[in-house]
Design a protein around this ligand. Structure first.
Ligand code: GLY
Length: 384
């Protein structure tokens, strides 16, 4: 019989250097583990780079999505301290903005739908309030004059996800993480039902624990039995970024309007997102996608017509079968999953980092992540 695994400072290999992989690596290295992180490209250049950075646990909640709330709200509550700790560890700002988020109604029909959502979200105990059209325009004077009202949440903040990636990169390296970029992991190596390490090119990297945090690419790593492979697929999102005049920022809050959201950054960028497309790993921008984003944003904020386009891109949300993350242990000993964060990767970074690092260090699974274990996808009655 194999001896029980030791939880004293295990060596850890992490697949994926996005916000999730880097934040887990940072926490584990700070706790004294030897941590190696491998990424198929450059650190923080996958979904972390493409994201909007909205920390919107409340206003994005739709009917039948309340199962995610304990996790998203826990992470939202952790964000201010996580940002402060990270800024201290890295010496870099992540531009956490706390003006809050509005979902605006442009017509009476929109307002009726949003009032229904307001009732639903209030019923879940979320801190959302209804603003009249006049109040919305007082707070955001450049929105179109006919705005009929808005759902507002003061606790739905935003962070600059690219600055987050840079800060995590620095903090992880300072804590002693060994980062390997352009180092695709082809295989997770196993022996007698337990992970032994990773195959990277011709090299075998030995490790006591493997954390799979490869986002949309998580299902493509060979070596795992089918039941331990996380069912994650890429969900394409196109975005476009405009440059606001620094003397005349058109917006301060994150604003949602039907089909589109606008995210004003402290540095003057205005992000507009995002399409939701099932196109595999096709990262091409399309005229229809870009048109829909710009048109939706222009209807809400007509002044964008004058702004220069700075950048446009597409990224891949890691979507699971139920759009919730896959967190925790699997049937393979030593394998820990931290993937499938779909639309919520940046929001869920603090709770994922804390709970997965604790799981690796102690073997204890935080109650907040237990509903998100991989075994929820097993057919009822199948052996665990
Ligand atoms: N969380 C925003 C998006 O996935 O587009």
């Amino acid at each position: 019989m194999r001896s029980a695994p030791s939880f004293d400072s295990p060596s850890v290999a992490i697949v994926g250097a996005g916000a999730i992989g880097l934040s887990i690596a940072w926490k584990l290295a700070a706790a004294g583990c030897r941590v190696q992180v491998f990424d198929r490209g450059l650190a923080g250049r996958g979904a972390t780079h493409a994201a909007g950075g909205m920390l919107a646990a409340c206003v994005e909640t739709e009917p039948a999505e309340d199962n995610l709330l304990p996790l998203t709200r826990a992470s939202q509550a952790l964000w201010p301290a996580f940002a402060a700790e990270l800024e201290e560890a890295s010496g870099q700002s992540v531009d956490l903005r706390t003006e809050g988020t509005m979902v605006i109604a442009q017509t009476a029909d929109d307002a009726a739908k949003l009032r229904f959502l307001h009732g639903l979200q209030s019923g879940f105990g979320l801190p959302v309030e209804w603003l009249s059209g006049a109040e919305v325009r007082r707070r955001e004077p450049y929105l179109q004059p006919g705005v009929a009202g808005a759902l507002y949440c003061a606790e739905d903040h935003q962070v600059d996800n690219r600055k987050l990636a840079a800060a995590l990169h620095t903090a992880a390296l300072r804590a002693g993480v060994e980062l390997h970029e352009n180092a695709p992991v082809s295989r997770i190596e196993m022996h007698s039902g337990r992970v032994t390490g990773l195959r990277v090119g011709d090299n075998l990297v030995e490790a006591d624990r493997v954390v799979l945090a490869a986002g949309a690419w998580s299902a493509g790593i060979e070596g795992l039995p089918p039941a331990a492979r996380p069912p994650v697929r890429p969900v394409k999102g196109q975005m476009v970024c405009l440059r606001m005049d620094p003397r005349l920022p058109l917006l301060r809050h994150v604003v949602w309007t039907p089909g589109t959201y606008l995210i004003p950054r402290l540095d003057g960028r205005l992000l507009i997102g995002a399409t939701t497309e099932e196109r595999g790993f096709d990262d091409r921008l399309t005229a229809g996608g870009q048109f829909a984003l710009l048109e939706g944003a222009w209807r809400a904020l007509p002044g964008i017509a004058e702004l220069p386009i700075e950048e446009a891109w597409a990224g891949f949300r890691p979507g699971s079968r139920d759009d919730a993350p896959i967190l925790g242990l699997s049937e393979v000993e030593g394998l820990v999953l931290a993937t499938g964060h779909h639309r919520n990767g940046i929001l869920l970074t603090p709770v994922t980092a804390d709970s997965i690092a604790r799981l690796v260090l102690t073997g204890e699974s935080d109650p907040v992540i237990r509903p998100f274990a991989l075994d929820r996808f097993q057919p009822k009655g199948a052996a665990a």
